[in-house]
Structures are given as C-alpha cells and as structure tokens.
Design a protein around this ligand. Structure first.
Ligand code: MOS
Length: 703
C-alpha cells in the first residue's frame, strides 16, 4: 500500500503475538489511579447505610444526632433525596432495576437495602456517622428460602425466550433405551472484583462528571441520564482503570447516591462500597435448581432432552439466570424442551456473573451427559461426538463455525484420555482416590455497535479513542495490537485511549463481546483513516481524525448460531479420610476465534477455569433464614479457590478465525468457566463412583 507519512509500514502482524499489558507498569507501581483514588479539590465522602431488616418499611431515621457529628455535611434518605425517573428502557432494552433508584420510598424489600447516605468531610467521619445512624423499621415477615420446586415459580423470557419446546418429550423418553433423570443444584455465588465498586461524582460547568469503576462508560451515562432526566451529552463518565467486573459493574446504588449528594451539596462526592456491602449491592449469581432428563438409544444418540432451570430474583426486579439455554446450542434430540423459570424472594436482585446461564447450566447438562455415557457404556467424548448437531437444535440456523470436536480431539491427545479406564473408583494413590473427567463448553459470540476515532499525528504516531473498558482483561493492550495492524504500524506508534464516554457510544465489557465489538470499530476507523492519508494530504498539527461506527456493518450480519466452543478436562484426587477434593490437573482447549494477545488470552481462559474449580469445590453464599442476610459476607466467609487450590492448569486453543468478523475474533471472556465445574464433578465421580449433583462438592458431602 501507499503510506502514510508515518514512516515504515509494518508487515509483521501484531495480532497473535504476546504483548505485556501496556498499563502494567502503572498498575504495579501505583501510578494507575482507580475510581476511589482520583484526587479532587473539595471532595466529600458518602457512606451508605443499609437496612438491617429483610422486609418492611422505614418508620424513622434519627438523623439529628448524626448531623451534629464531626465533619458531617448531610444525610440523604427517602425524605429529602432528589427524585429520579425510573420509567425508561435502558441498555439492551432492559428496564432499570429499581434498586438503583435509591432513597425514593420507605419500603425495604431485602436486607442490605440502601436506606441513607451520610456525607462528611472525610471517609472516616462519614463511616463513623453512618454506623451511628439509628433507623427504626416496621418489620414484616420475609422469605429468603430457595428450595426445589416453588409454587410461585414462573417462566421469564429475559433476553432469551423462557421456554422452547420441540417434539413429544414423554413419548421420546418412553421409547428411549437409556434414560437419565437427575436434579442438580448450584448455590448463590458472588463476584467480588478486587477493586470494590467506587464512584466520584461532581458537577463541572453544567455537566455531570462521574469517575467510576464500571464495565462500560456508555452504559453508565445512559442510566444516569435517564435517572436524572439529563441529556446524555450532559453526562461524562470516565473509568480509565477498572479492577475487575465480572458482570457486577454496571450502574448500582452507589453511583446514583454519589450523584444525588453532589447535586445537593454542589461538591464532588465519592462513594465506595465496602466488601461487605458488595454482598448486598453488587449483584450475584442466583442459586439454581435444574432438572435434566435425557433419553437415548443404546448407542448414545439422544432422542429426548429436557433441561429445566429455576433461579430466584428479588421482589423489585426480574432478573433470570438462563441456565437451560445452553442446551439449545449443545445437543439436539427429536424431543427437545428447555425452560428457565424464576421465583421472587425477599433478597437482593441477582445480576450477570461470568457466563450467566452457561456456568450453572453447563454444570447440570454436562454432568447429565456424563451420567448418560456411563449408563450407555460409551466414552464421554465419543458420546458427545455422536450427538454433534449440524444446525442449531432449537433455532435451525447454521453454525458459524463449531469446532467442538476438534477441541475434544486435541484435548484428549494432550490429556492422554485414550489411556483412561472408564470404570469408577479404581485408582488409588495412598489415601487418595483418583479420577478424570471432561465436559464441553460453549458461549455465544456476538458484536454490538461501537464508535471509534483514529487520529494520525504529524510525528507518525496515531491515537485511537474508544469508550472501551479494560476490566483487567488486557483489553487496552489487545486493542492496541488490533489498531497497530489496522494502521499498519508497530504497536509502539499507537496510543489507545479508553474509558471515557466522550469518545462516543461503545459496547460494554460484557457478554464476551467487548474486545470484538471495539476491535471492529477500531479496524473500521483505521481503514478509513488510511484511505484519507493515502490521498496524500499533509497532516496538520492537530492531526487528521476519522470517526466511524459499526452499526450498519453489524446489523448486516446474517443470522446464524455464533458461539465459541471448548473442551474441559480435569483430574482430581479425593481424600477418602477427609472428603477433601483436590484438582491435580486441568486442561482447556478452546475454539474461540482469533486470539489477539496470547499472553492475556491465556490469563482469561485460566481465570475462568480456576473460577470453575472454585465453583465446583468452594463457592457458596449461605443465607440465614432468620435474618435474611448472609452468614460470612466477606472473603473469609465466602470461600474461593486460592493459589493452594490451583494445580498445573493449561489452556490452549485451536485455529478458529471467525470469517464474519473483520479481525476474526469471537470473544473469550466467559467461556473459560463454562463446563469447568462439570469436568471436576465428573472426575469426582470417576474417582469415587459417587455422583455429586449439588455444588460445591464440600468434604461433608463427599464423606
Ligand atoms: Mo459479563 S457476566 O457479560 O460481565
């Protein structure tokens, strides 16, 4: 090509080569500022007061003594807080969760509901006063118990249809040689990013500015503009560094409370959640009860498949964990029924948590497949290969790439699966019983419209701006590699700026769609910029800037089943004297599109797989029936896998470029956790001969 005034065009692609995080040094030296750290002159601090009853109404708040405490500036509650608008449709057509409309009424729908914000000159003063605030409640009876079948359960569509039904299930089950009928349960699980949720809000010359920790500045702008009846252009959200999100970092109570306080006080106000508050206010994964019925011929070919899932939501908002949806992609059968249902309880609203639906759904479905393999006397990988659908089992659409079989073949080779004796309970290493297990993984691959600008500077460098969020995934670095290739220069010549809503609307870091959606926009803008430069114009001091969005291109994508796939393998040791399960080895092979940065991509896959170990063996939020709150709402009481729990883990991938994506990306954020817990559970069966259908597989359950 003709270039670019910028010097040497680069032929070696950057995409596909390992690159350390561009902001890594800033992060490890403390130079990177997070939302709770950015300095502001005149900053005031808000501290949320959460309800201590699980249902009822606020009778009185004794604010006067608190207002007299040192440094206290204000107490906001339902009597004096600014009113907000909640009658709107936000991101992805979702209605807002009324939980974010804080201090609008005296009702308390769950324990940990925000009832007041105390604002003071320092964080310590705010906390002291918040803890001293006496709130009187009229308590009402509450129900937080999530059991098996619930009489009030009902189907909920969410972003997917609640129910899909094809064929006569009872007839297909009756004519099946082999039937598996099992119930699986998963507990309430919490995502607790390292960086707690934090926001600083201020009014700046008629514009609302929020420095925030979130998964998408565009998202936060949209919700705040709707809530406070502002034009979106009057709201700016910045989030340069984000210490983890996992689905929990959208708009939550603290940002709204901070904006209210900044409005009332006309000062910058910061609100940071404590770890304990995050258990009430950050969202979480609903527990699930899932029933899977499989009917197959003696050769393992499925005739009947039913996957029904029950999850919970709050009384104020409907959120569904769509666990049965994964069956709509994975396996076909003459009779194929799936249903996602929900029950309302007096608990906080759950939310997206890494692989919402697929994570618990794949545990049930892939464990049931393993039970079917056992009953049929067929190797679990062979069983899956015999049931590979040639089109979407429910949609009937073609698969835009389905490399699951290749993942299993490569994984089986590297895990030495062929040497496996399928019989359970036979291998011993001292007091340990040993077993291996496998499971399939899939996660949807999508893209959403985004805006990017690309600027060529006279010195031969480029700046790319996009309102992306790097929530620790390495997105900033991946986007720099994508931009470098698109601009045909080395990554050192490209500066990618993210985390600022003023860069234009863009997809969130969510749904495994962030890097793909942003890359698409960057590639488009870069391509147009190169065309401009090829015309030979001189670059003025302010540079030449091109702005592009991808709405039309993405809208033109033909309908298809678009997913990443993967094969998970685990080896476990089960201590017959204590019931402890140790994962000794784990391997995940993924077909997840083109891998932009192998270094950070491996970290994404491994992170998901480690979370799968955690899900299989450790994680469980226990709700106390009497109080309606958690037992041990902190990282001491809520167990997660630590270094000592994580063995040698390998994640790798096969060639799987997405032909419909300009860069070949499919998205890798969530698939690592999918199937991982099932692989561990299936290995526990292989070790012990006992099926564990309830997570986590605690020592007391194993014994
Ligand atoms: Mo993810 S659960 O889409 O942040």
């Amino acid at each position: 090509m003709t270039t670019v005034t910028t010097g040497v065009p680069v032929r070696t692609p950057s995409v596909g080569t390992a690159h350390t995080r561009i902001e890594g040094r800033d992060k490890v030296t403390g130079a990177a500022r997070y939302a709770g750290e950015v300095p502001f002159a005149g900053l005031a601090y808000g501290w949320l007061v959460l309800s201590t009853v699980a249902r009822g109404r606020i009778r009185a708040l004794d604010t006067e003594p608190v207002l007299a405490m040192p440094g206290v500036l204000s107490v906001l509650d339902h009597r004096n807080a600014p009113r907000v608008e909640t009658d709107y449709t936000g991101l992805m057509g979702m209605r807002p969760d009324p939980t974010i409309a804080v201090f609008q009424h005296d009702q308390v729908p769950h324990l940990g509901w925000p009832v007041a914000l105390v604002v003071a000159e320092t964080s310590e003063q705010a906390r002291e006063a918040a803890e001293a605030l006496v709130v009187h409640y009229e308590e009402e009876p509450h129900d937080v118990e999530f059991g098996g079948e619930h009489p009030d359960a009902y189907p909920v569509d969410g972003h997917l249809p609640a129910v899909t039904e094809k064929g006569d299930l009872d007839a297909a089950l009756a004519s099946s040689a082999i039937v598996v009928d099992a119930e699986y349960t998963t507990p309430e699980e919490h995502h607790n990013p390292m960086e707690p949720h934090a926001a600083t809000a201020r009014w700046d010359g008629g514009r609302l500015e929020v420095i925030d920790s979130n998964q998408g500045a565009t998202w936060v702008v949209g919700e705040l503009a709707n809530l406070f009846s502002l034009d979106p252009s009057a709201v700016r959200v910045r989030s340069e560094h984000v210490g983890g999100g996992f689905g929990s970092k959208g708009v939550r109570a603290h940002q709204v409370a901070a904006v209210m306080a900044a409005t009332v006080l006309q000062r910058p106000v910061r609100v940071v959640l404590t770890r304990r508050q995050m258990f009430s206010l950050a969202g979480y994964r609903s527990p699930t009860t899932q029933r899977v019925r499989l009917g197959a011929d003696a050769d393992g070919r499925l005739r009947a498949l039913e996957h029904r899932s029950l999850s919970l939501t709050s009384t104020v908002h409907e959120f569904i964990e769509p666990s049965a949806a994964v069956a709509r992609v994975m396996y076909d059968a003459d009779a194929h029924h799936t249903a996602n249902r929900v029950v309302r309880l007096d608990v906080p609203t759950p939310t997206f948590m890494r692989a919402p639906g697929e994570a618990p759904g794949s545990f049930a479905l892939e464990a049931a497949l393993d039970e079917l393999a056992e009953k049929c006397g067929i190797d679990p990988i062979e069983l899956r290969l015999r049931n590979e659908p040639d089109k979407g089992p429910v949609s009937g659409l073609p698969f835009a790439g389905r490399n699951l079989a290749a993942c299993f073949r490569e994984g089986a080779r590297r895990f030495a699966w062929a040497d496996r004796d399928p019989r359970p309970g036979l291998r011993r290493d001292g007091r340990w019983l040993l077993g291996t297990g496998t499971a399939a993984a899939s996660f949807p691959s999508g893209a959403a419209p985004s805006t990017a600008t690309a600027t060529a500077h006279p010195d031969g460098t480029f700046t790319v701006r996009i309102s992306a969020a790097d929530i620790g995934t390495g997105a900033r670095t991946a986007l720099t590699l994508v931009a470098a290739d698109a601009l045909r220069v080395a990554p050192e010549r490209v500066r990618v700026r993210i985390g600022d809503s003023d860069f234009g609307p863009a997809m969130i870091a969510g749904g495994s769609m962030g890097t793909r959606s942003w890359s698409w926009a960057i590639k488009t803008a870069a391509g147009e910029l190169l065309e401009r430069l090829a015309l030979g114009a001189d670059i003025p001091p302010e540079g030449i800037t091109v702005r592009s969005d991808t709405a039309a291109a993405i809208g033109a994508l033909a309908p298809a089943e678009r997913h990443s796939f993967g094969a998970q393998f685990a080896e476990v040791a089960v201590d017959v004297t204590t019931g402890e399960v140790r994962v000794r080895r784990m391997l995940g092979i993924f077909a997840a599109g083109r891998i932009v940065n192998p270094l950070t991509a491996r970290g994404q896959f491994l992170g998901g797989m480690i979370w799968g170990i955690s899900m299989a063996l450790h994680e469980e939020a226990v709700r106390d029936r009497a109080s309606g709150g958690h037992v041990g709402a902190d990282l001491a009481g809520y167990h997660v896998a630590t270094h000592a729990d994580v063995p040698r883990i390998e994640a790798d991938w096969i060639e799987d470029h997405d032909p419909d994506d300009p860069v070949g990306i499919k998205g890798i954020g969530e698939i690592g956790i999918v199937g991982a817990a099932a692989a561990v559970a299936n290995a526990v069966w292989h070790a012990t001969g006992v099926r564990h259908r309830s997570l986590p597989i605690r020592p007391d359950r194993v014994l």
